[in-house]
Design a protein around this ligand. Structure first.
Ligand SMILES: Cc1cc2nc3c(=O)[nH]c(=O)nc-3n(C[C@H](O)[C@H](O)[C@H](O)COP(=O)(O)OP(=O)(O)OC[C@H]3O[C@@H](n4cnc5c(N)ncnc54)[C@H](O)[C@@H]3O)c2cc1C
Length: 494
Protein backbone atom coordinates (compact mmCIF):
# COMPACT_ATOMS: atom_id res chain seq x y z
CA UNK A 1 0.00 0.00 0.00
CA UNK A 2 1.22 3.49 -0.78
CA UNK A 3 1.49 5.90 2.15
CA UNK A 4 -0.18 9.19 1.36
CA UNK A 5 1.32 11.62 3.84
CA UNK A 6 0.70 12.30 7.51
CA UNK A 7 -2.06 14.32 9.14
CA UNK A 8 -1.65 15.87 12.59
CA UNK A 9 -4.38 16.56 15.15
CA UNK A 10 -4.77 17.49 18.80
CA UNK A 11 -7.41 14.79 19.24
CA UNK A 12 -8.39 11.85 17.05
CA UNK A 13 -11.61 9.94 17.65
CA UNK A 14 -11.81 6.37 16.37
CA UNK A 15 -15.43 5.44 15.57
CA UNK A 16 -18.34 7.38 14.13
CA UNK A 17 -21.29 5.95 16.07
CA UNK A 18 -23.32 7.98 18.57
CA UNK A 19 -20.45 7.93 21.08
CA UNK A 20 -17.86 9.19 18.57
CA UNK A 21 -20.13 11.81 17.00
CA UNK A 22 -21.30 13.12 20.40
CA UNK A 23 -17.65 13.38 21.49
CA UNK A 24 -16.78 15.15 18.24
CA UNK A 25 -19.58 17.69 18.72
CA UNK A 26 -18.59 18.30 22.36
CA UNK A 27 -14.89 18.81 21.51
CA UNK A 28 -15.80 21.14 18.64
CA UNK A 29 -16.59 23.80 21.28
CA UNK A 30 -12.87 24.16 21.97
CA UNK A 31 -9.91 25.56 20.09
CA UNK A 32 -8.63 22.14 19.05
CA UNK A 33 -7.86 20.34 15.81
CA UNK A 34 -10.12 17.31 16.01
CA UNK A 35 -10.42 14.42 13.52
CA UNK A 36 -12.77 11.42 13.46
CA UNK A 37 -11.84 8.18 11.70
CA UNK A 38 -14.60 5.76 10.67
CA UNK A 39 -13.96 2.51 8.84
CA UNK A 40 -17.38 2.33 7.17
CA UNK A 41 -18.39 4.39 4.14
CA UNK A 42 -20.93 6.29 6.29
CA UNK A 43 -21.33 7.25 9.93
CA UNK A 44 -23.60 5.29 12.29
CA UNK A 45 -23.31 2.03 10.33
CA UNK A 46 -22.13 0.12 13.44
CA UNK A 47 -24.15 -0.60 16.61
CA UNK A 48 -25.75 2.84 16.38
CA UNK A 49 -27.86 1.88 13.35
CA UNK A 50 -29.57 -1.09 15.01
CA UNK A 51 -31.20 -0.14 18.27
CA UNK A 52 -34.56 0.75 19.79
CA UNK A 53 -34.18 4.54 19.68
CA UNK A 54 -35.19 4.98 23.31
CA UNK A 55 -33.81 7.80 25.41
CA UNK A 56 -34.04 5.92 28.68
CA UNK A 57 -34.94 7.73 31.89
CA UNK A 58 -32.36 5.78 33.94
CA UNK A 59 -34.51 3.08 35.51
CA UNK A 60 -33.11 -0.47 35.57
CA UNK A 61 -29.48 0.44 36.26
CA UNK A 62 -27.64 -0.33 39.51
CA UNK A 63 -27.61 2.94 41.51
CA UNK A 64 -23.81 2.98 41.76
CA UNK A 65 -23.17 2.17 38.08
CA UNK A 66 -21.43 4.48 35.64
CA UNK A 67 -23.96 3.65 32.93
CA UNK A 68 -26.83 4.57 35.28
CA UNK A 69 -25.26 7.93 36.11
CA UNK A 70 -24.47 8.70 32.46
CA UNK A 71 -27.95 7.60 31.38
CA UNK A 72 -29.72 10.07 33.67
CA UNK A 73 -27.37 12.88 32.68
CA UNK A 74 -27.58 11.84 28.99
CA UNK A 75 -31.39 11.96 29.06
CA UNK A 76 -31.25 15.58 30.18
CA UNK A 77 -28.51 16.55 27.72
CA UNK A 78 -30.28 14.86 24.79
CA UNK A 79 -33.31 17.10 25.33
CA UNK A 80 -31.14 20.20 25.29
CA UNK A 81 -28.86 19.28 22.37
CA UNK A 82 -31.67 17.86 20.22
CA UNK A 83 -33.32 21.30 20.40
CA UNK A 84 -30.06 23.03 19.51
CA UNK A 85 -29.35 20.87 16.45
CA UNK A 86 -32.97 20.39 15.34
CA UNK A 87 -33.45 16.65 15.87
CA UNK A 88 -36.92 15.51 16.86
CA UNK A 89 -37.06 14.20 20.45
CA UNK A 90 -40.35 13.22 22.02
CA UNK A 91 -41.00 12.50 25.66
CA UNK A 92 -43.43 9.57 25.71
CA UNK A 93 -42.80 7.98 29.11
CA UNK A 94 -42.32 4.31 29.95
CA UNK A 95 -44.29 1.73 31.91
CA UNK A 96 -42.65 -1.28 33.57
CA UNK A 97 -45.54 -3.66 34.06
CA UNK A 98 -46.18 -6.48 36.53
CA UNK A 99 -48.80 -9.18 36.35
CA UNK A 100 -48.96 -10.31 39.99
CA UNK A 101 -49.19 -8.44 43.29
CA UNK A 102 -46.22 -10.57 44.47
CA UNK A 103 -44.02 -8.65 42.00
CA UNK A 104 -44.64 -5.33 43.77
CA UNK A 105 -41.37 -5.51 45.76
CA UNK A 106 -39.40 -5.74 42.47
CA UNK A 107 -41.17 -2.66 41.15
CA UNK A 108 -40.50 -0.80 44.41
CA UNK A 109 -36.82 -1.80 44.21
CA UNK A 110 -36.51 -0.49 40.61
CA UNK A 111 -38.17 2.72 41.75
CA UNK A 112 -35.92 3.26 44.75
CA UNK A 113 -32.72 2.39 42.78
CA UNK A 114 -33.75 4.81 40.05
CA UNK A 115 -34.54 7.53 42.60
CA UNK A 116 -31.04 7.11 44.05
CA UNK A 117 -29.72 7.83 40.54
CA UNK A 118 -31.90 10.94 40.36
CA UNK A 119 -34.58 9.76 37.91
CA UNK A 120 -37.45 12.26 38.31
CA UNK A 121 -41.23 11.84 38.41
CA UNK A 122 -41.49 8.09 39.09
CA UNK A 123 -44.77 6.69 40.35
CA UNK A 124 -46.42 3.32 40.67
CA UNK A 125 -49.72 3.35 38.80
CA UNK A 126 -52.71 1.06 39.33
CA UNK A 127 -55.17 -0.68 37.04
CA UNK A 128 -57.53 2.33 36.86
CA UNK A 129 -54.66 4.59 35.71
CA UNK A 130 -53.63 2.03 33.11
CA UNK A 131 -57.21 1.68 31.78
CA UNK A 132 -57.31 5.41 31.24
CA UNK A 133 -53.81 5.96 29.79
CA UNK A 134 -52.90 2.68 28.08
CA UNK A 135 -56.16 1.05 26.91
CA UNK A 136 -54.56 -1.68 24.73
CA UNK A 137 -52.60 -3.12 27.63
CA UNK A 138 -53.57 -6.67 28.67
CA UNK A 139 -56.18 -6.80 31.39
CA UNK A 140 -53.80 -9.22 33.16
CA UNK A 141 -51.41 -6.36 33.90
CA UNK A 142 -51.77 -5.60 37.58
CA UNK A 143 -49.79 -2.37 37.98
CA UNK A 144 -46.79 -0.54 36.54
CA UNK A 145 -43.93 1.80 37.34
CA UNK A 146 -44.41 4.97 35.30
CA UNK A 147 -41.27 6.91 34.31
CA UNK A 148 -42.40 10.06 32.48
CA UNK A 149 -38.95 11.14 31.21
CA UNK A 150 -38.44 8.25 28.76
CA UNK A 151 -38.27 9.56 25.22
CA UNK A 152 -37.71 8.56 21.61
CA UNK A 153 -35.32 9.79 18.92
CA UNK A 154 -34.06 8.60 15.53
CA UNK A 155 -30.66 7.12 16.43
CA UNK A 156 -29.11 7.64 13.01
CA UNK A 157 -30.43 11.14 12.44
CA UNK A 158 -29.11 11.96 15.92
CA UNK A 159 -25.62 10.71 15.00
CA UNK A 160 -25.65 12.36 11.55
CA UNK A 161 -26.75 15.71 12.88
CA UNK A 162 -24.32 15.68 15.81
CA UNK A 163 -21.59 15.01 13.24
CA UNK A 164 -22.85 17.69 10.86
CA UNK A 165 -22.80 20.25 13.67
CA UNK A 166 -19.30 19.10 14.70
CA UNK A 167 -18.08 19.54 11.11
CA UNK A 168 -19.63 23.01 11.00
CA UNK A 169 -17.47 23.75 14.03
CA UNK A 170 -14.28 22.51 12.40
CA UNK A 171 -14.07 18.75 13.06
CA UNK A 172 -12.70 16.75 10.11
CA UNK A 173 -14.34 13.39 9.39
CA UNK A 174 -12.60 10.64 7.43
CA UNK A 175 -14.94 7.88 6.19
CA UNK A 176 -13.69 4.57 4.84
CA UNK A 177 -10.65 5.02 7.13
CA UNK A 178 -9.91 1.93 9.19
CA UNK A 179 -7.35 2.18 11.98
CA UNK A 180 -5.03 -0.83 11.62
CA UNK A 181 -2.14 0.06 13.93
CA UNK A 182 -1.24 2.41 16.80
CA UNK A 183 2.28 3.34 17.92
CA UNK A 184 3.63 5.78 20.48
CA UNK A 185 6.43 7.92 19.17
CA UNK A 186 8.04 11.01 20.72
CA UNK A 187 5.10 11.74 23.02
CA UNK A 188 2.46 11.29 20.33
CA UNK A 189 0.16 8.52 19.19
CA UNK A 190 0.63 7.55 15.57
CA UNK A 191 -2.21 5.73 13.81
CA UNK A 192 -1.85 3.65 10.67
CA UNK A 193 -5.03 3.85 8.68
CA UNK A 194 -6.14 1.71 5.73
CA UNK A 195 -8.24 3.75 3.31
CA UNK A 196 -11.04 1.94 1.48
CA UNK A 197 -12.80 5.05 0.33
CA UNK A 198 -11.85 8.63 0.09
CA UNK A 199 -13.52 11.69 -1.25
CA UNK A 200 -10.40 13.78 -1.24
CA UNK A 201 -9.87 14.12 -4.11
CA UNK A 202 -12.68 11.88 -5.44
CA UNK A 203 -11.54 8.47 -4.29
CA UNK A 204 -7.92 8.82 -5.35
CA UNK A 205 -6.62 7.64 -1.96
CA UNK A 206 -8.66 4.41 -1.92
CA UNK A 207 -6.38 1.41 -1.39
CA UNK A 208 -3.64 3.49 0.22
CA UNK A 209 -2.42 3.66 3.80
CA UNK A 210 -2.21 6.96 5.66
CA UNK A 211 -0.68 8.02 8.94
CA UNK A 212 -2.55 10.19 11.42
CA UNK A 213 -0.89 11.59 14.50
CA UNK A 214 -2.35 13.14 17.65
CA UNK A 215 -1.51 13.85 21.29
CA UNK A 216 -4.81 12.32 22.36
CA UNK A 217 -6.74 9.42 20.83
CA UNK A 218 -10.23 8.32 21.83
CA UNK A 219 -11.14 4.72 21.23
CA UNK A 220 -14.92 4.76 20.59
CA UNK A 221 -14.89 1.79 18.22
CA UNK A 222 -17.98 -0.02 19.56
CA UNK A 223 -17.79 -3.76 18.94
CA UNK A 224 -14.15 -3.42 17.93
CA UNK A 225 -12.94 -1.28 20.85
CA UNK A 226 -11.00 -4.30 22.17
CA UNK A 227 -9.07 -4.58 18.87
CA UNK A 228 -8.17 -0.89 18.98
CA UNK A 229 -7.18 -1.22 22.66
CA UNK A 230 -4.85 -4.13 21.83
CA UNK A 231 -3.23 -2.12 19.00
CA UNK A 232 -2.31 0.48 21.65
CA UNK A 233 -1.04 -2.17 24.10
CA UNK A 234 -4.14 -2.19 26.35
CA UNK A 235 -4.93 -5.86 26.91
CA UNK A 236 -7.72 -5.93 29.53
CA UNK A 237 -10.64 -4.85 27.30
CA UNK A 238 -12.71 -7.66 25.85
CA UNK A 239 -15.91 -7.01 23.90
CA UNK A 240 -18.51 -9.74 23.77
CA UNK A 241 -21.45 -9.20 21.41
CA UNK A 242 -24.98 -9.66 22.76
CA UNK A 243 -27.46 -9.96 19.93
CA UNK A 244 -30.86 -8.26 19.96
CA UNK A 245 -33.45 -9.09 17.31
CA UNK A 246 -36.10 -6.44 16.69
CA UNK A 247 -39.28 -6.42 14.58
CA UNK A 248 -40.88 -3.32 13.06
CA UNK A 249 -44.64 -3.02 12.83
CA UNK A 250 -46.71 -1.28 10.17
CA UNK A 251 -47.34 2.43 10.67
CA UNK A 252 -51.07 1.75 10.85
CA UNK A 253 -50.34 0.36 14.36
CA UNK A 254 -48.64 3.64 15.34
CA UNK A 255 -51.00 4.24 18.26
CA UNK A 256 -51.12 0.69 19.57
CA UNK A 257 -49.41 2.00 22.72
CA UNK A 258 -48.98 5.49 24.17
CA UNK A 259 -45.86 4.69 26.20
CA UNK A 260 -42.88 2.37 25.87
CA UNK A 261 -43.96 -0.85 27.57
CA UNK A 262 -41.42 -2.94 29.52
CA UNK A 263 -41.79 -6.18 31.44
CA UNK A 264 -39.69 -6.62 34.59
CA UNK A 265 -36.00 -6.70 33.60
CA UNK A 266 -33.90 -9.87 33.68
CA UNK A 267 -30.18 -10.18 34.55
CA UNK A 268 -29.15 -9.84 30.86
CA UNK A 269 -31.39 -7.09 29.57
CA UNK A 270 -34.32 -4.77 30.13
CA UNK A 271 -36.55 -7.45 28.63
CA UNK A 272 -38.62 -7.55 25.43
CA UNK A 273 -40.52 -4.32 24.88
CA UNK A 274 -43.25 -2.66 22.87
CA UNK A 275 -41.54 0.47 21.62
CA UNK A 276 -42.87 3.69 20.17
CA UNK A 277 -40.43 5.09 17.61
CA UNK A 278 -39.87 8.60 16.35
CA UNK A 279 -40.70 7.43 12.81
CA UNK A 280 -44.13 6.19 13.81
CA UNK A 281 -43.67 2.44 13.25
CA UNK A 282 -43.88 0.69 16.61
CA UNK A 283 -41.17 -1.90 17.24
CA UNK A 284 -41.10 -5.08 19.31
CA UNK A 285 -37.98 -6.64 20.81
CA UNK A 286 -35.09 -6.91 21.42
CA UNK A 287 -33.97 -10.41 22.35
CA UNK A 288 -30.70 -10.76 24.28
CA UNK A 289 -28.42 -13.60 23.23
CA UNK A 290 -24.67 -13.82 23.88
CA UNK A 291 -22.89 -14.80 20.68
CA UNK A 292 -19.29 -15.10 19.49
CA UNK A 293 -19.38 -13.59 16.00
CA UNK A 294 -19.19 -9.78 15.85
CA UNK A 295 -20.59 -9.84 12.32
CA UNK A 296 -23.63 -12.09 12.92
CA UNK A 297 -26.67 -9.90 12.28
CA UNK A 298 -29.02 -12.73 11.37
CA UNK A 299 -32.59 -12.91 12.63
CA UNK A 300 -34.42 -16.14 13.35
CA UNK A 301 -37.87 -17.69 13.67
CA UNK A 302 -36.96 -18.56 17.26
CA UNK A 303 -36.23 -14.89 17.97
CA UNK A 304 -39.51 -13.84 16.39
CA UNK A 305 -41.50 -16.38 18.42
CA UNK A 306 -39.83 -15.31 21.64
CA UNK A 307 -40.56 -11.64 20.95
CA UNK A 308 -44.18 -12.26 19.93
CA UNK A 309 -44.84 -14.47 22.95
CA UNK A 310 -43.46 -11.86 25.32
CA UNK A 311 -45.14 -8.75 23.86
CA UNK A 312 -48.53 -10.40 23.35
CA UNK A 313 -48.69 -10.97 27.11
CA UNK A 314 -48.51 -7.20 27.54
CA UNK A 315 -50.39 -6.05 24.42
CA UNK A 316 -52.51 -8.97 23.13
CA UNK A 317 -53.65 -7.33 19.87
CA UNK A 318 -50.13 -7.30 18.39
CA UNK A 319 -50.06 -9.79 15.53
CA UNK A 320 -47.35 -11.35 13.37
CA UNK A 321 -49.17 -9.81 10.37
CA UNK A 322 -48.28 -6.32 11.64
CA UNK A 323 -44.56 -6.99 11.10
CA UNK A 324 -43.07 -5.30 8.03
CA UNK A 325 -39.34 -5.58 8.70
CA UNK A 326 -36.80 -7.02 11.10
CA UNK A 327 -33.15 -6.58 11.99
CA UNK A 328 -30.59 -7.55 14.59
CA UNK A 329 -28.11 -5.40 16.47
CA UNK A 330 -25.17 -6.39 18.65
CA UNK A 331 -24.64 -4.81 22.05
CA UNK A 332 -20.90 -4.37 22.64
CA UNK A 333 -20.65 -5.66 26.23
CA UNK A 334 -17.44 -5.55 28.29
CA UNK A 335 -18.66 -6.86 31.64
CA UNK A 336 -21.58 -5.21 33.40
CA UNK A 337 -20.62 -1.52 33.14
CA UNK A 338 -18.97 0.91 30.76
CA UNK A 339 -15.19 1.28 30.61
CA UNK A 340 -14.40 4.97 30.18
CA UNK A 341 -10.91 5.87 31.32
CA UNK A 342 -7.55 7.36 30.47
CA UNK A 343 -4.97 4.61 29.88
CA UNK A 344 -2.17 5.69 32.20
CA UNK A 345 0.19 3.14 30.60
CA UNK A 346 -0.45 4.69 27.17
CA UNK A 347 -0.53 8.43 27.89
CA UNK A 348 -3.03 10.26 25.70
CA UNK A 349 -5.16 7.18 24.99
CA UNK A 350 -8.77 7.21 26.22
CA UNK A 351 -10.94 4.11 26.13
CA UNK A 352 -14.71 4.33 25.64
CA UNK A 353 -15.72 0.67 25.60
CA UNK A 354 -18.55 -1.66 26.54
CA UNK A 355 -21.09 0.95 25.46
CA UNK A 356 -24.09 -1.32 25.50
CA UNK A 357 -27.60 -0.02 26.22
CA UNK A 358 -28.31 2.73 27.31
CA UNK A 359 -25.44 4.02 25.15
CA UNK A 360 -27.67 5.98 22.79
CA UNK A 361 -29.02 7.84 25.80
CA UNK A 362 -25.68 8.21 27.56
CA UNK A 363 -23.73 9.45 24.49
CA UNK A 364 -23.80 13.20 25.28
CA UNK A 365 -22.84 12.49 28.91
CA UNK A 366 -20.04 10.16 27.73
CA UNK A 367 -18.82 13.07 25.59
CA UNK A 368 -18.68 15.37 28.65
CA UNK A 369 -16.82 12.72 30.63
CA UNK A 370 -14.30 12.28 27.82
CA UNK A 371 -13.71 16.05 27.64
CA UNK A 372 -13.10 16.04 31.39
CA UNK A 373 -10.63 13.12 31.11
CA UNK A 374 -8.76 14.97 28.35
CA UNK A 375 -8.54 18.04 30.57
CA UNK A 376 -7.32 16.03 33.56
CA UNK A 377 -4.66 14.53 31.33
CA UNK A 378 -3.12 17.71 30.14
CA UNK A 379 -5.22 18.94 27.22
CA UNK A 380 -6.07 22.65 27.42
CA UNK A 381 -9.76 23.16 26.70
CA UNK A 382 -10.11 26.77 25.60
CA UNK A 383 -13.62 27.66 24.39
CA UNK A 384 -14.12 29.05 20.87
CA UNK A 385 -16.05 32.27 20.95
CA UNK A 386 -17.70 31.35 17.64
CA UNK A 387 -19.05 27.85 18.51
CA UNK A 388 -22.18 27.39 16.38
CA UNK A 389 -24.44 25.35 18.60
CA UNK A 390 -27.55 25.71 16.44
CA UNK A 391 -28.30 23.70 13.32
CA UNK A 392 -31.17 24.31 10.91
CA UNK A 393 -33.57 21.32 11.28
CA UNK A 394 -33.77 19.01 8.25
CA UNK A 395 -37.09 19.12 6.37
CA UNK A 396 -39.12 15.89 6.58
CA UNK A 397 -42.44 16.14 4.75
CA UNK A 398 -43.80 13.23 6.80
CA UNK A 399 -43.41 15.32 9.94
CA UNK A 400 -44.93 18.64 8.91
CA UNK A 401 -48.50 19.86 8.32
CA UNK A 402 -49.88 19.88 4.77
CA UNK A 403 -50.02 23.68 4.69
CA UNK A 404 -46.26 23.86 5.31
CA UNK A 405 -45.68 21.26 2.58
CA UNK A 406 -47.65 23.40 0.14
CA UNK A 407 -45.50 26.42 1.00
CA UNK A 408 -42.33 24.38 0.43
CA UNK A 409 -43.59 23.15 -2.95
CA UNK A 410 -44.38 26.72 -3.96
CA UNK A 411 -40.76 27.61 -3.14
CA UNK A 412 -39.18 24.55 -4.74
CA UNK A 413 -41.22 22.22 -6.98
CA UNK A 414 -39.01 19.20 -6.26
CA UNK A 415 -40.64 19.01 -2.79
CA UNK A 416 -43.74 17.98 -4.76
CA UNK A 417 -41.88 15.25 -6.67
CA UNK A 418 -42.64 12.33 -4.31
CA UNK A 419 -40.07 9.54 -4.64
CA UNK A 420 -41.13 7.28 -1.75
CA UNK A 421 -44.90 7.02 -1.59
CA UNK A 422 -45.07 4.86 1.54
CA UNK A 423 -43.21 7.41 3.67
CA UNK A 424 -43.90 10.61 1.64
CA UNK A 425 -40.31 11.50 0.80
CA UNK A 426 -39.60 13.96 -2.01
CA UNK A 427 -36.78 14.12 -4.55
CA UNK A 428 -35.64 17.35 -2.85
CA UNK A 429 -35.18 15.56 0.49
CA UNK A 430 -33.23 12.74 -1.19
CA UNK A 431 -30.93 15.22 -2.99
CA UNK A 432 -30.44 17.19 0.25
CA UNK A 433 -29.55 13.98 2.10
CA UNK A 434 -26.83 13.26 -0.48
CA UNK A 435 -25.54 16.83 -0.19
CA UNK A 436 -25.35 16.30 3.57
CA UNK A 437 -23.31 13.09 3.23
CA UNK A 438 -25.48 10.10 2.20
CA UNK A 439 -23.45 7.86 -0.13
CA UNK A 440 -25.45 4.63 -0.07
CA UNK A 441 -29.05 3.46 -0.28
CA UNK A 442 -29.06 2.75 3.47
CA UNK A 443 -27.60 6.19 4.15
CA UNK A 444 -30.53 7.73 2.28
CA UNK A 445 -33.01 5.47 4.06
CA UNK A 446 -31.67 6.34 7.53
CA UNK A 447 -31.65 10.07 6.79
CA UNK A 448 -34.98 10.41 4.94
CA UNK A 449 -37.00 7.17 5.52
CA UNK A 450 -37.26 6.63 1.74
CA UNK A 451 -37.39 2.77 1.27
CA UNK A 452 -38.36 2.24 4.93
CA UNK A 453 -42.09 1.77 4.41
CA UNK A 454 -44.23 -1.28 3.78
CA UNK A 455 -43.00 -1.82 0.18
CA UNK A 456 -39.31 -1.76 1.31
CA UNK A 457 -38.27 0.37 -1.62
CA UNK A 458 -40.09 -1.75 -4.23
CA UNK A 459 -41.35 1.46 -5.87
CA UNK A 460 -38.59 3.95 -5.13
CA UNK A 461 -35.21 2.19 -5.15
CA UNK A 462 -34.52 2.64 -8.88
CA UNK A 463 -35.47 6.32 -8.74
CA UNK A 464 -33.27 6.86 -5.69
CA UNK A 465 -30.38 5.12 -7.45
CA UNK A 466 -30.80 7.43 -10.43
CA UNK A 467 -30.68 10.49 -8.18
CA UNK A 468 -27.70 9.11 -6.22
CA UNK A 469 -25.76 8.38 -9.43
CA UNK A 470 -26.52 11.86 -10.78
CA UNK A 471 -25.58 13.68 -7.57
CA UNK A 472 -22.38 11.70 -7.00
CA UNK A 473 -21.44 11.68 -10.69
CA UNK A 474 -20.83 7.91 -10.72
CA UNK A 475 -22.26 5.05 -12.83
CA UNK A 476 -25.07 2.89 -11.36
CA UNK A 477 -22.63 -0.02 -11.03
CA UNK A 478 -20.70 1.94 -8.37
CA UNK A 479 -23.74 2.37 -6.09
CA UNK A 480 -24.02 0.23 -2.99
CA UNK A 481 -26.58 -0.58 -0.34
CA UNK A 482 -24.22 -0.10 2.59
CA UNK A 483 -20.67 0.20 1.20
CA UNK A 484 -18.16 -1.91 -0.76
CA UNK A 485 -19.38 -5.47 -1.31
CA UNK A 486 -23.07 -4.53 -1.42
CA UNK A 487 -23.18 -3.25 -5.03
CA UNK A 488 -26.67 -3.34 -6.49
CA UNK A 489 -26.07 -3.45 -10.25
CA UNK A 490 -23.42 -5.84 -11.52
CA UNK A 491 -20.92 -4.52 -14.06
CA UNK A 492 -20.89 -7.41 -16.56
CA UNK A 493 -17.68 -6.10 -18.12
CA UNK A 494 -15.78 -6.25 -14.82
C1 LIG B 1 -30.73 -4.24 19.85
C2 LIG B 1 -30.21 -3.02 20.54
C3 LIG B 1 -31.11 -2.09 21.08
C4 LIG B 1 -30.63 -0.96 21.75
N1 LIG B 1 -31.51 -0.02 22.19
C5 LIG B 1 -31.07 1.09 22.82
C6 LIG B 1 -31.98 2.08 23.23
O1 LIG B 1 -33.16 2.01 22.96
N2 LIG B 1 -31.50 3.14 23.92
C7 LIG B 1 -30.18 3.27 24.22
O2 LIG B 1 -29.83 4.22 24.90
N3 LIG B 1 -29.27 2.37 23.77
C8 LIG B 1 -29.68 1.30 23.05
N4 LIG B 1 -28.78 0.38 22.58
C9 LIG B 1 -27.37 0.63 22.76
C10 LIG B 1 -26.81 1.62 21.74
O3 LIG B 1 -27.23 1.30 20.43
C11 LIG B 1 -25.29 1.58 21.79
O4 LIG B 1 -24.88 1.75 23.13
C12 LIG B 1 -24.65 2.68 20.95
O5 LIG B 1 -25.17 2.68 19.64
C13 LIG B 1 -23.14 2.46 20.88
O6 LIG B 1 -22.61 3.48 20.07
P1 LIG B 1 -21.04 3.56 19.82
O7 LIG B 1 -20.80 4.80 19.07
O8 LIG B 1 -20.33 3.36 21.10
O9 LIG B 1 -20.73 2.27 18.92
P2 LIG B 1 -20.93 2.10 17.34
O10 LIG B 1 -22.17 2.70 16.87
O11 LIG B 1 -20.68 0.68 17.01
O12 LIG B 1 -19.76 2.99 16.75
C14 LIG B 1 -18.43 2.50 16.68
C15 LIG B 1 -17.90 2.82 15.31
O13 LIG B 1 -16.51 2.49 15.26
C16 LIG B 1 -16.22 2.07 13.95
N5 LIG B 1 -14.96 1.30 13.99
C17 LIG B 1 -14.76 0.08 14.52
N6 LIG B 1 -13.47 -0.30 14.32
C18 LIG B 1 -12.86 0.72 13.67
C19 LIG B 1 -11.53 0.92 13.17
N7 LIG B 1 -10.57 -0.02 13.29
N8 LIG B 1 -11.24 2.08 12.53
C20 LIG B 1 -12.19 3.04 12.37
N9 LIG B 1 -13.47 2.89 12.80
C21 LIG B 1 -13.79 1.74 13.45
C22 LIG B 1 -17.44 1.22 13.60
O14 LIG B 1 -17.57 1.03 12.20
C23 LIG B 1 -18.57 2.01 14.21
O15 LIG B 1 -19.19 2.88 13.29
C24 LIG B 1 -29.23 -0.76 21.90
C25 LIG B 1 -28.33 -1.68 21.33
C26 LIG B 1 -28.82 -2.78 20.65
C27 LIG B 1 -27.84 -3.72 20.00
Amino acid sequence: MANSGQKNFDVLIIGGGVSGTAIARELSRYRLKVGLLEKEIELAFGVSKSNSGIIHPGTQNPPNSLKGKLCVQGNELTRKISKEIGVHFEEVGELIVIFKPEDFPQLEKIKSDAEKLGVPGLKIVDRAWLDQHEPNLSKDVHAALYAPTAGIISPYRWAYDLAENAVKNGVEIFLGHKVVGIKRSSGNLRLNVAVSNSEEPRGSLAGSERTFQANHVINAAGLFADEIAKMAGVTDVEIKPRKGEEFLLDKKREHIVNHIIFPLPNPKSKGILVIKTSDGNPMIGPTAEDIADKHDLSTSAAGLNKVLESVKKMVPTISENDIIAYFAGLRPTAGKDYIIRHEDKVPGMITVAGIQSPGLTAAPAIALMVADLLKKNGLKLRKKWFFKKQRQPTVHLFAIPWQKTKELIARDRSYGDIVCRCEMVSAKEVRDAIKRGARTLDGIKFRTRAQAGRCHGGFCTTRIMKILAEELGVPLTKLTKRGPGSEIVKDERA
